[in-house]
Design a protein around this ligand. Structure first.
Ligand code: NDP
Length: 287
């Protein structure tokens, strides 16, 4: 007997989750503010509840995948959560997740927060490599581990309900930094007779080749020695920054994405000397 799921929210992500559970044979009761979105899922075997409270009353495992924390509040106010296993896959901040965990506890529910590291087409497609960060109640996570693993992989990151959101935002923040670099790189060749498609594989391979440096950064942060194993000294890297800025200027490209990072490099060099690599910049950001 497969665990039944009450699913609140049938946006792009909620609908993908519903389909994955239905395809795996889990009974699913869905509810969506705009009822039309539930009709398609009813045709695929979902039961449709008339209200969120009715869906919550129907099953122990309740999954919310709504727009934001405010919509979670709106949808679940009035539902009886006592004894429920509430899994909130709505993107939120760590503080919102912690407050939501406390809110759920006051209502007698177990709480697990999730941060989805996938886009809807990756849901229900294990080879796509998508997964969900989970944090909060370990008991809830263990109890529903198999069910939670149906739409995407599961990575439990701790009992602090805010940690899933924190991991989610940390990874996406790094992604935006990477995108910023890629944006600048394409801008540099934009007015030249260079096919962006010929730069693309070189860029992608270079970023992959540089990625293992992340492990050295972590190792240095753990041990507090930011000079350990450094191959590219900060002094050398700062000395190289005019080359980047001049090249940008010569290509008619704004340095606005690179400049803030270079400014941090110069500050760290002034404060800590040139023998470190880039790890010290982490501490410059933390107030
Ligand atoms: P959509 O915009 O497609 O859907 C939003 C859902 O929230 C709809 O079901 C909508 O209902 C509902 N909703 C919004 N406001 C309210 C409200 N006040 N009361 C009740 N219901 C409300 O978003 P997604 O499905 O794409 O995203 C859902 C969550 O998943 C978000 O937190 C998002 O950050 C997260 N996520 C999404 C990813 C993606 O690529 N799509 C990737 C990773 C995470 P209605 O149909 O009535 O408008």
């Amino acid at each position: 007997e497969k665990t039944s799921v009450a699913l609140l929210g049938l946006g792009a992500m909620g609908a993908a989750l519903a389909r994955a559970w239905l395809a795996a044979g889990h009974p699913v009761t869905v509810w969506n503010r705009t009822p039309a979105r539930a009709a398609a899922l009813a045709a695929e075997g979902a039961r449709v509840a008339d209200s969120a409270a009715e869906a919550v009353a129907a099953h122990t495992l309740v999954v919310a995948c709504l727009l934001d924390d405010a919509s979670v509040d709106e949808v679940l106010t009035g539902a009886d959560l006592a004894g429920r296993d509430l899994v909130n896959l709505t993107t939120s901040t760590p503080a919102q997740a912690r407050a939501r965990a406390e809110w759920a506890r006051e209502r007698g529910a177990h709480y697990l927060d999730g941060g989805i590291m996938a886009v809807p087409p990756m849901i229900g497609v294990p080879e796509a490599g998508g997964y969900v960060f989970y944090s909060g109640s370990r008991e809830l996570f263990e109890r529903h581990r198999e069910t939670l693993a149906v739409p995407a992989g599961t990575t439990y990151v701790g009992t602090d309900a805010g940690f899933a959101a924190l991991h989610d935002v940390a990874l996406l923040s790094a992604m935006y930094g990477m995108f910023a670099g890629v944006t600048h790189a394409f801008a540099l060749i934009r007015r030249e007779d260079i096919d962006p498609a010929s730069l693309a594989p070189l860029l992608a391979d270079w970023l992959v080749a540089m990625a293992p440096g992340i492990h050295q950064t972590a190792d240095q942060l753990r041990h507090g020695d930011y000079t350990k194993g450094v191959v590219s000294r900060l002094a050398m890297q700062v000395a190289g920054t005019p080359t980047f800025l001049s090249t940008a200027q010569q290509q008619g490209v704004s340095p606005e994405l690179l400049s803030p990072y270079f400014a941090l490099m110069r500050r760290r060099l002034a404060e800590a000397g040139g023998e470190e690599g880039l790890t010290g910049l982490v501490d410059l950001l933390v107030h």
